[in-house]
Ligand binder design. Structure first.
Ligand code: 5RP
Length: 218
């Protein structure tokens, strides 16, 4: 069976729309998915989702709301603003996830469980049973800043999640040089935020990610 190439997602963790547009103007066509990052969600609210989807209707737009509670209400707010995908944080009650999934179904959207911080394999089984298809394996920004590197345990966990049938997204301070760590695992999406946004040439940075993905997974 042909393995699809992992997609590339740019994370817009900006504090204003103007700042986010500085990136999307350059690289919207270079990526598969535009993420309204948690930081931008808090700064600008769901209008960020609405405005970005209106500008880039052909891209998948993800609202990284990291929903922890009030799953139905928050999911509806995101999907009514035309998000394609949303995130629910791994510590949320399973009923929050189920509520978000039910709303996603109404809108033909999808829910990703964001694996930032503590979670268990029992939860992973529960998510599968609830109908979750996507998870985001996330080395947290603050953990990374404190010096936490990708480990063999991370790679094993990512492989196990993929073996369970999840479509796995990988993120968390990803640099181009990290990609070979995940070779051989059917990664669904790689997210790069700062590595693209803060690059001297964001277009070249996005293209380098795409080229490396094609080389490693093609
Ligand atoms: C932070 C996030 C980020 O959007 C994600 O980690 C990608 O950003 P970066 O590549 O800059 O770490 O979810 O909570």
């Amino acid at each position: 069976m042909t393995q699809h190439l992992p997609m590339l997602q740019v994370a817009l963790d900006n504090q204003s729309m103007d700042d986010a547009y500085r990136t999307t103007r350059l690289i919207a066509d270079e990526v598969d998915i535009i993420e309204v990052g948690t930081i931008l969600c808090v700064a600008e609210g769901v209008r960020a989702v609405r405005d970005l989807k209106a500008l880039y209707p052909d891209r998948i737009v993800l609202a990284d709301a990291k929903i922890a509670d009030a799953g139905q209400i928050l999911a509806r707010m995101c999907f009514e603003a035309h998000a394609d995908w949303i995130t629910v944080i791994c510590c949320a009650d399973i009923n929050t996830t189920k509520g978000a999934l039910a709303v996603a179904k109404e809108f033909d959207g999808d829910v990703q469980i964001e694996l930032t911080g503590f979670w268990t394999w029992e939860q992973a089984v529960e998510w599968r049973q609830a109908g979750v298809q996507q998870v985001v394996y996330h080395r947290s920004r603050d953990a990374q800043a404190a010096g936490v590197a990708w480990s063999d345990e991370d790679i094993a966990a990512i492989r196990r999640l993929a073996d369970m049938g999840f479509k796995v997204t990988v993120t968390g301070g990803l640099a181009l040089g990290d990609l070979p760590l995940f070779q051989g695992i059917p990664i669904h999406v790689f997210i790069a935020g700062r590595s693209i946004r803060d690059a001297a040439d964001p277009v070249a940075a996005a293209r380098e990610f795409k080229r490396a993905i094609a080389q490693l997974w093609g």
